[in-house]
Design a protein around this ligand. Sequence first.
Ligand code: FMN
Length: 195
Amino acid sequence: MNPVVVGISGASGSVLALRTVEELLRRDVPTAVVCTQAARLVWQEELDTPFSSTLAQWREHPHFTSYGIGDLRAPIASGTYPTCGMAIVPCSMNSLAALAHGLSSNLLLRAADVCLKENRKLVLVPRETPLHSIHLENMLTLARMGAVVMPPQPAFYLKPRSMDDLVRFTVQRVLVALGVEQALPPDLQYREKEE
Ligand SMILES: Cc1cc2nc3c(=O)[nH]c(=O)nc-3n(C[C@H](O)[C@H](O)[C@H](O)COP(=O)(O)O)c2cc1C
């Protein structure tokens, strides 16, 4: 199986990246990670652990690979290297803007740009609030180019009770959007109430 690329940028929501990678590795899906400098800062802030420690744990998995943000010679920087697509989770407004304008100044952006030009799955989990018109226009541009734009918003009708419920919902939706899962688990599907 070709790898799924997970790009981690510096928006709030490091736990979403953590759980996405964990879920991919739990399924033995080959996973290639690239993380921006800002994402490392947010990781420390939100998870109280250095990103390098998490990386060291992930590296114990035989299907895990990671690349440096400046490594533009990494295979995922080329359209000739086959992948099963990419998720940017969480996606900062900075990376979103660069991507919407075809800028590829680091490996995360280049790998995502490759997905767009090769018509591969690209799942974006943008996190910011409130959103101004440029944020919204950039999302529209990318949606029109085929990206799936999936803000980490709860399905209130599922009555989430904890942070874990919220995170699990978003991560499962990312896995479905990537095609790693065919459908959401039954407890995350909307069901008609029995009379
Ligand atoms: C603790 C923290 C939280 C942040 N949260 C967000 C956020 O939710 N959304 C966002 O777009 N930027 C957020 N930022 C700002 C980005 O990290 C910043 O714009 C950075 O330049 C993004 O760079 P990158 O796209 O290369 O990761 C946050 C920064 C910090 C330090």
